[in-house]
Design a protein around this ligand. Structure first.
Ligand code: SF4
Ligand code: SF4
Length: 178
């Protein structure tokens, strides 16, 4: 959970073009936001007690604040439920803004260690969360060692890896992709 709010910033010194950067990365409607708060009221990230969530990120980015929020982990806590997009009266698509922010963070290499580990595991196994003890545990309860996913279908894993190599992750070499 976010521990502290970022240090105060001087608005006149803020980086220009942050809104444009977010738009270019998928948050095209960010400047339609009227800060009504409906997206925050429906967001599991906000309900879980994170200090930073969709509405606040949109506000900060609209003001041109970016560097000051690079280290905040909660963009990675978004669970892609899309409730915010359904409820927004201005078609801002807050989920898309949060994901645009994630894409910017990837380019800035500003990702939490757990996210990096999840990506590495996703590339290796096809699951963002995977423990090598799973097969043994599954056997004990009478299940096949491998679930019917990329673990059981190597060709599907290869397809996933090929897709990941085509993404920005492959381009910037954030995780080993052989
Ligand atoms: S619901 Fe839409 S308009 Fe309201 S604060 Fe969220 S993004 Fe902005
Ligand atoms: S999609 Fe993400 S930002 Fe939107 S409500 Fe769900 S968790 Fe919150």
């Amino acid at each position: 959970m976010d521990s502290d709010l970022p240090t105060p910033v001087i608005l006149t010194e803020l980086e220009k073009g942050v809104i444009e950067e977010i738009k270019e990365h998928g948050g095209e409607n960010i400047d339609r936001c009227i800060q009504c708060g409906k997206c925050a009221g429906s967001c599991p990230v906000a309900l879980a007690g994170f200090l930073w969530f969709n509405k606040r990120f949109i506000h900060a980015l609209t003001l041109g604040i970016k560097e000051e929020i690079l280290d905040i982990p909660s963009p990675w806590a978004c669970v892609s439920c899309n409730k915010c997009t359904e409820i927004c009266p201005r078609d801002v698509k807050p989920f898309e803004v949060v994901f645009a922010l994630r894409r910017v963070l990837v380019e800035e290499l500003a990702m939490p260690t757990l996210t990096m580990e999840g990506l590495r595991t996703l590339y290796e196994y096809g699951h963002a969360v995977y423990q090598t003890t799973y097969p043994e545990t599954r056997k004990k309860v009478g299940l096949p060692e491998k679930p019917p996913t990329t673990l059981a279908y190597p060709e599907a894993l290869e397809e996933l890896r090929a897709l990941l190599r085509e993404t920005k992750l492959g381009e910037i070499g954030l995780i080993p992709m052989e």
